[in-house]
Design a protein around this ligand. Structure first.
Ligand SMILES: [Zn+2]
Length: 347
């Protein structure tokens, strides 16, 4: 703590040894689970208390650890994060709360600490399951493309499992709906995309990037969801299937297309997708806890994913494949597992 020597009038060691559960209870509810106490984590968008609180024992400082985002921090860090304040202000707040003033005289008069209201995360808006059910269909461009590669009964089965739908967007009458359904069966959002269906075209099963969007905002515009709706897309595509197949080895890929093409070719695995590179996060991957997970990153993401996942081996046993690097043609930097499978099916 050399960097903070100019705050020496605070006894930071004593401030960081205060009972964490008491401190946290000033900000949010503290719940007991087994022998441990938890509160909402201020470092990520926590919906269920994931931050474990450890009070100072005989020799150790009080600290907290988040089982979702992996953050470990001290009481002073915790207050800085909650209040968005400086180190000195955080020391001041804890000092006032617990009457710890180090070698500085207690400020006089001691004003009551103004703490922020406990920030309980707003419950996100979900897309009604009825919306997904009403649009279920294999008449979308993606399933029609897959028909050229795989048995149609298998395509129908996968569309049913992953709840794929068809939507007329005005631009494309046969856009595909990829719903993000979470472990609890709630629809976080639905991705709308359109794919080339002609196996002879270079655009075969390539998505039209200009017409790719999430349906949530559009339903708000149409007045079908409240104007202040907020969506939380942080869930794996295919996540809702995890409890249904608890013993099946999982394969993690980036796009829903990769997951479905993979599932059609190798149905002995349960294929899930992050949706994009940025979703490779602890809170998103925590639903894979305890599973055996094979990972097929796109060619341009192998290094990044390998690096990130080596810090998440406590969640699941992630094994990263370099296949896309090994088999990709030199001119295809974004080569993915679907490209590999499709080229084999067409050959
Ligand atoms: Zn956290």
């Amino acid at each position: 703590m050399k960097a903070f020597d100019h705050y020496a009038h605070y006894d930071t060691a004593r401030l960081n040894a205060v009972p964490f559960t008491t401190l946290a209870s000033h900000y949010s509810t503290v719940v007991k689970r087994g022998s441990a106490q938890f509160t909402l984590c201020p470092w990520h968008d926590d919906k269920h208390p994931s931050l474990a609180l450890y009070n100072d024992g005989a020799n150790r400082r009080s600290h907290c650890h988040c089982f979702a985002c992996g953050k470990t921090a001290s009481p002073i860090d915790f207050v800085m994060q909650h209040e968005g304040c400086s180190f000195q202000q955080a020391c001041d707040i804890i000092g006032r709360l617990f009457g710890i003033w180090g070698d500085a005289p207690a400020p006089s008069p001691v004003r009551r600490v103004q703490l922020v209201e406990p920030s309980v995360a707003k419950e996100p808006t979900y897309i009604p399951m009825d919306y997904v059910e009403q649009h279920l269909s294999v008449d979308n461009s993606f399933c029609q493309g897959l028909r050229h590669l795989f048995d149609f009964a298998l395509v129908q089965h996968l569309a049913e499992e992953y709840r794929l739908g068809c939507l007329d967007t005005g631009v494309h009458p046969d856009s595909v709906l990829f719903p993000n359904i979470d472990l609890q069966g709630r629809v976080r959002n639905v991705k709308v995309q359109h794919y080339g269906t002609d196996p002879a075209s270079p655009n075969f099963l390539k998505s039209d990037k200009r017409h790719c969007f999430w349906i949530g905002k559009q339903l708000v515009k149409q007045g079908l969801l409240p104007a202040d709706a907020e969506f939380d897309n942080e869930c794996l595509f295919g996540e809702h299937l995890l409890p249904r197949y608890p013993m099946t080895p999982v394969i993690l890929v980036e796009s829903p297309k990769n997951a479905l093409v993979g599932a059609a070719a190798f149905p002995q695995f349960l294929w899930v997708a992050t949706g994009n590179k940025g979703m490779l996060k602890r809170n998103v991957l925590s639903t894979l806890r305890g599973r055996t997970v094979l990972v097929y990153p796109d060619r341009d993401a192998i290094e990044e994913w390998e690096e990130k996942l080596c810090h998440m081996q406590d969640i699941a046993s992630f094994r990263v494949s370099h296949l896309c690097e090994q088999v990709a043609p030199a001119d295809q930097p974004k080569y993915d597992i679907a490209d590999f499978i499709i080229s084999h099916q067409l050959a």
